[in-house]
Design a binder for this molecule. Structure first.
Ligand SMILES: *[C@@H]1O[C@H](CO)[C@@H](O)[C@H](O)[C@H]1NC(C)=O
Length: 351
């Protein structure tokens, strides 16, 4: 934490020194799933939403269920703050996504989306391909608002693009679909996901993006819902799922390396979410947490989205000691720890 604070300080000083820039990048564009969705599902015909209490109950400056799958801020919210922004990229489908608000980025992510369009379609979420379409539309708006193609192109090439996907493909699709997990081994399924990953990155590159950060899979076997659904007896993480995540992450890193080789001017970083979150789960007290198995909302073993609501019995009064807010998603306190880890890993993207 001290190290990351130092890096932020250095980075902000560099930024302050450079012209009149107040942020380390001109904009932040966000794509993917519920880990980063800031409210795009609110108006969709999907059951995967979080725009009701107790979601957002600790959001500052004022408690509000924005549609984030968290009691407060997402890791990407902290990242955006660390980069010097005072506002977050608006959910592209929200009313805030208009006019000058668009110049510092937008959030295209949709809970329950994944690398496979089919994963998103199962839950009526916005697929990555549709998110890309929305980004194209966004870009033409920005050309107009920024006052010209050159100015807009500078925003797109300087912007940090963040992609979070893959968890839903495994947990909300592969593991629960006997056809899929009968037909493909987890490793084959990983290969299957990395094709849309590579083409997504190439599409972003084609749209002018030059700074892309993609998150690894988390230790999916440690998500409270996964332990409940796939863990059988005992309270430890589901090792089989964690092994699948590790295998996927290895392939993801290899795929990213190959993309970088074919695009030398592309800065592409794979953010390791796996190890920082595993460390939080295995050694919560090292980071000031006391509960890493049960989530705060409801019984803490299965509730997420509609099941985590104001009537869920048992919701904890104070989530700061909990690693998980609902059975799939970290608390704001955990997200802050994760964001600090990502900051150190992402230095290359902002230099
Ligand atoms: C929650 O607990 C933390 C740590 O014990 C404390 O600092 C904080 O004030 C508490 N928050 C509320 C809303 O009670």
């Amino acid at each position: 934490m001290a190290a990351s604070a130092a890096i932020v300080t250095i980075a902000l000083c560099l930024a302050a020194g450079a012209a009149e820039a107040q942020t380390l990048v001109p904009a932040v564009m966000i794509f993917g799933d519920s880990v980063v969705d800031a409210g795009n599902n609110n108006g969709l015909l999907t059951l995967v939403k979080a725009n009701f209490p107790p979601y957002g109950r600790d959001f500052s400056p004022r408690p509000f269920p924005t549609g984030r799958f968290c009691n407060g801020k997402l890791a990407t919210d902290f990242t955006v703050e660390n980069l010097g922004f005072t506002t977050y990229p608006p959910a592209y489908l929200s009313r805030e996504a208009t006019g000058n608000n668009l110049l510092t980025g937008a959030n295209f992510a949709s809970a329950a989306s994944g690398y496979l369009d089919r994963t998103a379609n199962l839950y009526r979420a916005i697929s990555l391909n549709q998110q890309l379409e929305n980004y194209r539309e966004y870009q033409s708006n920005v050309v107009r608002i920024a006052g010209g193609k050159d100015k807009a192109a500078g925003i797109f090439s300087g912007a940090l693009h963040i992609l979070s996907a893959g968890s839903s493909d495994y947990v909300q699709n592969y593991y629960i679909d006997p056809y899929l997990n009968g037909a493909y081994t987890p490793e084959q399924f990983a290969d299957f996901l990395l094709r849309p990953f590579a083409s997504f990155v190439q599409s972003l590159y084609g749209l002018g993006a030059r700074r892309i950060g993609v998150t690894s899979l988390p230790p999916t076997g440690c998500l409270p819902a996964a332990i409940t659904l796939f863990g059988g007896s005992g309270f430890g993480c589901v090792e089989r799922l964690n092994a699948d995540a590790v295998a996927f992450n290895k392939k993801l890193a290899a795929s990213a390396d190959s993309l970088k080789r074919s695009h030398p001017d592309l800065k592409l970083v794979v953010f390791d979410v796996y190890n920082p979150l595993l460390d939080l789960v295995k050694n919560p007290s090292n980071h000031g947490f006391f509960e890493a198995r049960k989530a705060c909302c409801g019984t803490g073993t299965i509730e997420t989205s509609l099941l985590c609501n104001a009537r869920s019995p048992g919701t904890c009064a104070n989530a700061t000691g909990y690693v998980f807010w609902d059975s799939f998603h970290p608390t704001e306190a955990a997200n802050k720890v994760l964001a600090n880890a990502l900051l150190i890993q992402g230095i290359e993207l902002i230099s």
